[in-house]
Design a protein around this ligand. Structure first.
Ligand SMILES: C[S@@+](CC[C@H](N)C(=O)[O-])C[C@H]1O[C@@H](n2cnc3c(N)ncnc32)[C@H](O)[C@@H]1O
Length: 329
């Protein structure tokens, strides 16, 4: 199986002079220590797809109506190569992106999640930000565009790393990095980040307290945590949880869906203050759906055909909450 070539010198050089410089060796060692997790049978195909992406001398990156957009001129030949390269990096789940003439209509309208939280978080202006489980990095661009001085995303998926690199090829912002790491492999007690996001990760963790503790350790004192996760609906004020055995909405590796009260208690007991829920939302089949860039089954196929309040397994359909809290000073 092919192994990711990780250029630790490039990471260390890129962090020089930034607030993360003192952690650059530890971060590079953490990635190199991933061993088998840096291998994937599809890696050669993804790397070939990346190498097919044409260069575009006048490419300019921006965010337009929630779409991370690369504008630039691509000849007909370049357009064909661009389409082929991006096709080789399918499925595209998080977005949307517009790259030259190609609109990547992704499975998720990740911009809707951003819209639900943006008004409630502290300004990201000049902040050092960590996005845990960042997927292909769609929200990294949004965080940077919202004024963050430096944004680090971590995600163990090598496909998502390659998708991020496709975007970075056209918008090579040195203040954005995606490292192929799970949260558990981050250096302990960094105390470095002004804002930490963990969106769509907590329900994948068997021990939610451990995850919350790791997020707290990454934050500086007074820093802000944003947790976005699945919750059990209709349990106002009740401290309950739904234990998942097998799949949930066709997804594997889901452990417990807490009620909102339980989620807030977890965050509080993990040592955060000012815990507040800013959004609870039923995921719609307009927000998560199959598209030409992610043609497999999506949310619609994960719901009961007779009663769309339930998943195919008979659980309540996905509801997602956003909770914001502070690490004490
Ligand atoms: C549901 S996706 C969420 C992506 C993005 N944060 C969002 O909200 O759109 C969950 C992501 O978390 C990543 N992930 C799973 N376990 C993780 C862990 N222990 N540490 C960091 N990321 C993890 C997965 O690879 C996946 O990309």
């Amino acid at each position: 199986m092919s192994k990711l070539h990780f250029d630790s010198k490039q990471l260390i050089d890129s962090l020089e002079g930034t607030r993360l410089a003192k952690f650059s060796d530890a971060l590079a060692s953490a990635v190199l220590g991933q061993g088998h997790a840096l291998k994937h049978g599809h890696l050669p195909g993804w790397e070939k797809a990346l190498s097919q992406l044409p260069s575009c001398a006048d490419a300019i990156g921006s965010v337009v109506d929630g779409v991370v957009t690369i504008s630039g001129l691509f000849s007909d030949e370049q357009q064909a190569a661009l389409h082929q390269g991006l096709t080789g990096l399918m499925p595209w789940r998080k977005g949307p992106f517009q790259i030259g003439p190609v609109f990547l209509d992704t499975e998720w309208r990740s911009d809707w999640k951003w819209d639900r939280l943006a008004a409630h978080i502290s300004s990201l202006e000049n902040r050092l930000v960590l996005d845990v489980g960042c997927g292909n990095g769609y929200h990294l661009w949004r965080m940077r565009h919202a004024g963050a001085s430096q944004v680090i995303g971590i995600d163990p998926s090598l496909l998502y790393l390659k998708q991020f690199q496709a975007l970075h090829h056209y918008w090579p912002d040195p203040a954005l990095q995606l490292l192929p790491l799970p949260m558990e492999a981050m250096p302990a007690n960094m105390g470095a980040f002004d804002t930490v996001f963990s969106m769509g990760v907590l329900y994948h963790r068997r021990n939610p307290y451990e995850h919350l503790e790791q997020l707290k350790q990454a934050l500086c004192s007074g820093g802000e945590l944003i947790i976005e996760t699945l919750v059990v609906p209709g349990t106002e004020g009740d401290d309950v949880g739904l234990q998942i055995e097998g799949r949930y909405a066709n997804m594997r590796n889901i452990y417990e869906l807490p009620s909102l009260a339980r989620l807030e208690r977890w965050v509080d007991e993990a040592g955060f203050t000012q815990v507040q829920t800013v959004s609870v939302d039923v995921t719609s089949i307009r927000e998560q759906r199959s598209t030409s860039w992610m043609p497999s089954y999506s949310l619609a196929q994960a719901l009961d055909t007779q009663d769309d309040r339930l998943t195919v397994e008979g659980h309540p359909r996905p509801h997602r909450a956003i909770v914001i809290a502070k690490k004490p000073v």
